[in-house]
Design a protein around this ligand. Structure first.
Ligand SMILES: C=C(O[C@@H]1C=C(C(=O)O)C=C[C@H]1O)C(=O)O
Length: 302
């Protein structure tokens, strides 16, 4: 969208398999509104949405937290996991205790998961490793570091290789210490776009929701596409997509709210985060109180 409110709506699409169910049946050429897809890794989409290069996008949930005053969340869309996520992985080549006191290489493509790892290290393990942010290549990452964190298809492909590492799933660790699920990506729209083009946003939101529903009703075309494009087996992809949640309901809100609270407490987010959802009327948003239960934060001994 141009600054005068005209022009195509630019929609950011994460270039990892995890978002496929929401986009698989989404065809921007079939909308009444003029729209175009911008595909990139999450960190790049986070920046593009922040700078207004795109109008709405699937982004890192952490990036939503950083810019919540400028964004609204599209309701009931996310990439979440109740426990294991399978594509947010820490590859540890030394004993875990050494890695947590040593160097950890972080992928340049993430925002949510790098901060999730820091929260897990600090709050649950009382550890303060040194972090280096580098390109997502497992071999080069592990040349300099004791452990490497990858997300998305980089993590999936690395997990299929011989690597000789212990592999920790960050979704599983988060669940182990909080009892909650975690939301890694959300769909956000810039508030100025929502105000200037409410009908366009509604049409795109409805098309994304319809795509999600259709893909989850019959995962087979999505699974077959993943097998062709990325490799692996149908059974792998079926289990992968079924292990993810694409909704954003009370359970996802609770997990994400706790994550935001910890991220703020530890200084990774400058301000507390209010989760505000876009409403079809275009006029009202729902500012949800961060309904977070009391969660004890266990420290574990290694
Ligand atoms: C499940 C995933 O969720 C994601 C993790 C993100 C992050 O760490 O910033 C952002 C978007 C999603 O791609 C994944 O990448 O595997």
């Amino acid at each position: 969208m141009r600054t005068d409110g005209t022009g195509p709506i630019r929609i950011g699409r994460i270039e990892y398999t995890n978002v496929w169910p929401v986009f698989h049946h989404f065809d921007p050429t079939r909308l009444d509104v003029e729209a175009e897809i911008v595909q990139d890794v999450p960190a790049a989409l986070n920046r593009k949405l922040r700078e207004g290069e795109i109008d709405m996008a699937a982004i890192s949930s952490f990036a939503y937290g950083q810019s919540c005053d400028d964004y609204l969340l599209l309701p009931n869309l996310s990439v979440s996991a109740k426990e294991r996520v399978q594509s947010i992985l820490l590859f540890v080549k030394t004993p875990l205790e050494q890695a947590l006191n040593g160097r950890i290489a972080l992928t340049t493509t993430s925002a949510t998961s790098v901060n999730l790892l820091k929260i897990i290290a600090e709050k649950f393990y009382g550890a303060h490793p040194t972090y280096d942010t580098v390109e997502p290549c497992l071999d080069t990452m592990l040349e300099q570091a004791d452990a490497a964190m990858l997300i998305g298809d980089h993590a999936i492909r690395a997990s299929w290789r011989e690597h000789g590492c212990q592999v920790l799933d960050l979704g599983e660790l988060w669940h182990r210490y909080t009892g909650l699920g975690m939301t890694f990506a959300v769909w956000a729209v810039r508030r100025e776009t929502a105000a200037a083009r409410p009908e366009a946003v509604r049409e795109i939101f409805e098309a994304l929701t319809a795509s999600k529903r259709r893909a989850l009703d019959d995962l087979r075309p999505v699974v077959a596409h993943a097998e062709r494009q990325i490799g692996g087996t149908a059974a792998y992809w079926d289990a992968y997509f079924r292990g993810l949640t694409y909704d954003f309901g009370a359970a996802e809100r609770e997990g994400l709210s706790l994550y935001f609270r910890y991220a703020h407490e530890l200084g990774f987010l400058a301000s507390p985060v209010g989760i505000s959802e876009w409403r079809a009327s275009g006029s009202r948003e729902r500012a949800a109180a961060d309904a977070i239960g009391a969660h004890s934060v266990p420290k574990v001994n290694l």
